[in-house]
Design a protein around this ligand. Structure first.
Ligand code: ADP
Length: 358
């Protein structure tokens, strides 16, 4: 960098160079009119000192006051002692180029913040649109049945109890949706703590299998453990929340799986700190184009099928939240016509932790 690189001039350097130029010019003029050796030196010294200070003072007062204002604005806070020190001592040393870089950095930061706000706004709009859509179907259905009943069907024994039971199903669906929404918003706001304890993961899977025995029998679906993965694995996690994960995944496998098929859970020791649990079905599978978005709220691979089955579209989003709250990962593998496998990792119990809340 050359000294005269105008981009990198600091006020001190700028004043110094200007004073030097003016002093040299004055010295040359003096030499011309008073060819005595000490006169140009005196004039040069005097001009240098006065020009330097006048120039420096002016720069400070008019330019750096403005720049200081810019800094005060971009920091948006009332100056702390540290900032006052910065304004008085560090700022005057900064070159115009450095000031410009700081402002550019600030502008970029602001742009990023605006981008995030815009994305959040878009996300919020989409969420509200989806929610309105989800609420509309059961509410309109309830409204339809109630209006028909009030319009005279109440006295028709052939349809009245059927209409009431259909309205009741739609109410159940609304209740499930509200429950899931409540759970997801609590998980997102971090209001539900993760209370870790040690337990045998296969026993928890067995408990959930038992809760779904009736549904599995109705659909003639077998609930199995992957051969060779029966050895009990002790994990360290929030048992109730992991149960919720298993419920959501096994319920999905039962809902979407083919009648007469099977669901298999495999529990694998990945390394000496983690296990991998995978629930596989031999159902219709999910197209590759949906896999990346399947854990998003209200995302459905097969809209019509999912609606008739009555899901809220929030089950997998809840699964992802719970697993990630444990600092673990969830994934899906699927192929249309072959089946789907949903898996997640969990921490292995290492024996020295006790019950921990996080
Ligand atoms: P839903 O309440 O609609 O089941 P989820 O979040 O649990 O919502 O699942 C999202 C979508 O993923 C479902 O609508 C369905 O299309 C697809 N899906 C989930 N699990 C399976 C599965 N085991 N087999 C096929 N499709 C599945």
């Amino acid at each position: 960098m050359s000294v005269l690189d105008t981009k990198n001039l600091s006020p001190r350097l700028l004043s110094f160079i200007t004073a030097l130029l003016v002093a040299t010019a004055n010295a040359l003029i003096t030499l011309f009119f008073h060819p005595v050796w000490y006169m140009p030196l005196i004039v040069a010294a005097f001009t240098f000192i006065t020009t330097y200070w006048i120039y420096y003072y002016t720069l400070q007062r008019f330019i750096y006051r403005k720049i200081k204002l810019i800094y005060k604005f971009i920091y948006q806070t009332k100056a702390t002692r540290k900032e006052e020190f910065f304004y008085n001592n560090i700022l005057p040393q900064k070159s115009i180029q450095e000031v410009s870089e700081d402002v550019e950095k600030w502008a970029l930061q602001r742009k990023n913040e605006i981008d995030i706000l815009r994305d959040n706004e878009q996300f919020r709009k989409e969420f509200l649109m989806n929610l309105a859509h989800e609420l509309r179907t059961p509410i309109f259905s309830i409204q339809g049945y109630v209006d028909t009943l009030l319009g005279g069907a109440l006295d028709d024994p052939a349809v009245n109890s059927k209409f009431l039971s259909n309205a009741s199903k739609s109410i159940d669906r609304l209740v499930r949706l509200v429950d899931d929404l409540g759970q997801i918003s609590k998980l997102e706001s971090g209001k539900i703590p993760i209370i870790q304890e040690s337990f045998i993961i296969q026993e928890l899977v067995k408990d959930v299998y038992e809760e779904f025995l009736l549904m599995a029998r109705e659909r003639n679906i077998q609930l199995l453990f992957k051969k060779g993965t029966e050895r009990p694995l002790q994990v360290y996690a929030d048992k109730q929340k992991i149960k919720q994960v298993l419920v959501n995944l096994i319920e999905n496998a039962l809902k979407y799986g083919n009648e007469g098929g099977s669901i298999t859970t495999g529990c694998y020791e990945m390394d000496d700190r983690h296990i991998y649990l995978e629930i596989s079905d031999d159902g219709p599978g999910i197209g590759e184009e949906h896999l990346a978005r399947i854990f998003e709220r209200f995302y459905r691979a097969d809209r019509s099928r999912s609606r008739t089955i009555g899901g809220t579209g929030l089950g997998l989003a809840i699964v992802k939240h719970i697993v990630e709250a444990h600092n673990q990962t969830v994934n899906v593998r699927s192929k249309p016509g072959v089946g789907s496998s949903f898996g997640f990792t969990l921490e292995l119990w290492s024996g020295d932790k006790g019950t921990k809340e996080s």
